[in-house]
Design a protein around this ligand. Structure first.
Ligand SMILES: NC(=O)c1ccc[n+]([C@@H]2O[C@H](COP(=O)([O-])OP(=O)(O)OC[C@H]3O[C@@H](n4cnc5c(N)ncnc54)[C@H](OP(=O)(O)O)[C@@H]3O)[C@@H](O)[C@H]2O)c1
Length: 331
């Protein structure tokens, strides 16, 4: 990262993905400047709706990672105005501040911006047709970032699929994901049943958050000019999508398969299997049957290959959780 002219600013550092990015950047020896969205003991606050605060933050940075957002389908549906202000306008504000100061940007978008896939595997150039307020506002943010940065300042956008797993930070604290994997693990560790929304065959790409964070480090590294800048330099690329990557593992699982893996791990570790309950879905939106991604572009351009295998991670994680529960009961 020797060509970075300042620390790497991480917006949304108090969040799940931002926290993992901070941990991975720090582990890579990068000077990081984290910022939270709201008041926290650990990090200063930079609200992406506050143009002056964003400008001041970006000013001293050598690169910015924007992991700030109002995240989740229900959360954004409940407050569409906030979703628009944070995910759409906020992303544009960050990109504009980066452009003004020629600061490279790594932006986090979401698979929700794509909506129902027309072709599989989903690639960065797949048409966007979001089905939710969350996806729609993420798409506005994604487009704003591309429009503002193209030809002006290097930027990489990640269309993130479904991160799972626990983040250990250098400060010792851990953040759990909100994915179906984490949900099932928590239920199994507590001896509860695993509720699967019908039909259960819906398939999603799942990526460990640590692998997602490694991609962020690779992107920062690439933007800093120390590796393979030629393949992502906006002055050399004519197609803006060259610098957007779908960030997934390339491994997709149905919800029933995930529940089956958790149940099998539970049987192996405790001798008993949690019940699987098929439940009616809480939403009447049509279900996305499959969302698979091709990880090759990430590997080719950024040298990123996901390392975490879901099945072995589930076993290790459940074992750790059961052990922690036993220790706290004994204590
Ligand atoms: N987790 C997923 O499943 C997933 C999947 C695809 C894409 N993504 C994308 O990844 C990014 C991070 O998601 P996440 O899962 O880490 O979400 P998260 O855990 O909810 O974290 C969101 C972060 O954004 C910050 N934030 C919220 N409002 C803000 C504002 N007005 N100004 C500045 N910061 C603000 C929050 O700060 P405070 O908590 O301090 O307020 C928090 O640090 C988002 O762009 C999201 O769309 C996530």
């Amino acid at each position: 990262m020797e060509r970075l002219e300042g620390p790497v600013g991480v917006l949304g550092a108090s969040g799940y993905v931002g926290g993992a990015a901070v941990a991975a950047l720090e582990a890579a020896g990068v000077d990081v400047r984290p910022a939270a969205g709201s008041s926290h003991d650990r990090y200063p606050t930079v609200d992406v709706r506050d143009r002056t605060a964003v400008r001041e933050f970006v000013e001293g940075c050598g690169c910015v990672v924007d992991a700030a957002g109002l995240v989740g389908i229900g959360t954004c549906a409940d407050d569409p105005d906030a979703a628009f202000e944070i995910n759409a306008l906020g992303s544009a504000t960050v990109a504009w501040a980066c452009r003004r100061r020629s600061v490279p940007l790594v932006h986090c978008s979401s698979a929700a911006a794509i909506g129902y896939p027309e072709t599989l595997p989903v690639t960065a150039g797949h048409p966007r047709d979001p089905a939710t307020t969350y996806g729609y506002t993420k798409l506005l943010g994604e487009r704003a970032v591309r429009t503002v940065t193209d030809g002006s300042v290097p930027s990489i956008t990640f269309v993130l699929t479904n991160p799972y797993g626990t983040v250990e930070t250098v400060h010792g604290s851990a953040a759990d994901g909100a994915s179906v994997v984490d949900f099932f693990l928590e239920r199994a560790a507590a001896g509860n049943s695993l509720p699967v929304h019908r039909p259960g065959t819906q398939e999603r790409d799942l990526i460990h958050v640590r692998d997602a964070a490694r991609a962020v480090v690779a992107a920062v590294n690439a933007l800093a000019g120390s590796t393979r800048t030629d393949s992502i330099d906006p002055r050399q690329g004519t197609d803006p999508r060259e610098r957007t990557f779908v960030l997934g593992s390339g491994d997709s699982y149905s919800v029933l398969e995930v529940a089956g893996l958790v149940a099998a791990a539970s049987t192996e570790l405790t001798g008993s299997s949690p019940d699987l309950e098929l439940r009616t879905r809480p939403s009447d939106r049509p279900v996305i049957d499959r969302f698979t991604v091709d990880p090759d572009p990430l590997e080719t351009a950024l040298d990123v290959t996901p390392t975490v295998d879901l099945e072995s991670w589930i076993c290790g994680e459940l074992e750790g959780r059961l052990e922690r529960d036993r220790t706290s009961v004994r204590g």
